[in-house]
Design a protein around this ligand. Structure first.
Ligand SMILES: CC(C)(COP(=O)(O)OP(=O)(O)OC[C@H]1O[C@@H](n2cnc3c(N)ncnc32)[C@H](O)[C@@H]1OP(=O)(O)O)[C@@H](O)C(=O)NCCC(=O)NCCS
Length: 204
């Protein structure tokens, strides 16, 4: 069985965060950069952990032989960060380990960031994304983000434009209801991929 948990990062997780950052972004933030987020009251730095056990897979055999279940300890497979600036949530990081993409985990992590933003009573969320990053753009649009402009040649490596996207109304009670519906859909999707959510994963 595969288990999933989303929670705030701690100092012990920083090396794993930098490693994952390198894999997903080629080294966007340094260890110090991630460390600064932990100390900031205006920042939510969330990690998504996966852990595995072979219980359920071969439970009958294990019971027969008395072999203890194999427990693979949690590994960090996703990162999400937001900065609360005035009444805005700036989503600065969203990444899922390449081996785990396309299974609904990015959706779950973005859900968690928006839940945090709602909890902080922020009014709108914003982010910048490469125009060519179709997966991310599609994910943001799925959550109601709209393209509001672009920053010309924003990315130094390719000279590509950044799309600036906004999602408004996140402080409203309707948004809470929207999140509740999204949570059910996200959970269903994850279950289909054999992910089992830790009880507190969606309860901050
Ligand atoms: C963007 C990213 C976080 C998406 O995470 P993910 O776990 O793969 O996405 P999910 O499986 O949760 O998919 C959710 C939605 O995202 C979009 N999406 C994800 N992968 C996609 C792809 N390859 N092509 C098009 N849309 C895609 C879809 O809208 C999808 O919903 P759908 O399956 O109902 O169509 C992930 O691809 C990633 O980490 N990329 C590298 C880092 C990055 O670019 N981060 C964004 C910086 S702004």
């Amino acid at each position: 069985m595969r288990f999933l948990q989303i929670k705030h990062l701690t100092t012990e997780d920083l090396n794993s965060a930098v490693e994952l950052d390198r894999l997903c972004f080629g080294g966007l933030w340094t260890l110090e950069g991630y460390g600064r987020e932990l100390g900031s009251p205006n920042s939510d730095l969330l990690g998504l952990w996966s852990s595995e056990t072979d219980v359920g897979k071969s439970a009958r055999n294990l019971a027969d032989t008395g072999v203890p279940p194999l427990q693979i300890p949690p590994i960090l497979i996703g990162l999400g960060c937001l900065w609360a600036i005035l009444e805005e949530a700036h989503i600065t990081i969203l990444a899922i380990h390449p081996r785990f993409q396309g299974q609904g985990l990015g959706q779950a992590l973005l859900w968690a960031l928006l839940k945090k933003a709602h909890y902080r009573q922020l009014e709108r969320a914003t982010l910048e994304v490469r125009e060519s990053n179709l997966a991310a753009v599609s994910l943001y649009k799925k959550f109601g983000f709209k393209e509001a402009g672009r920053r010309k040649r924003y990315y130094e490596d390719t000279g590509e434009d950044a799309l600036v996207m906004w999602r408004s109304g996140i402080e409203k009670p309707e948004f809470q209801q929207y999140l509740a519906v999204e949570k059910v859909q996200s959970c269903d999707r994850l279950h289909q991929k054999n992910w089992h959510l830790a009880i507190d994963t969606f309860e901050f």
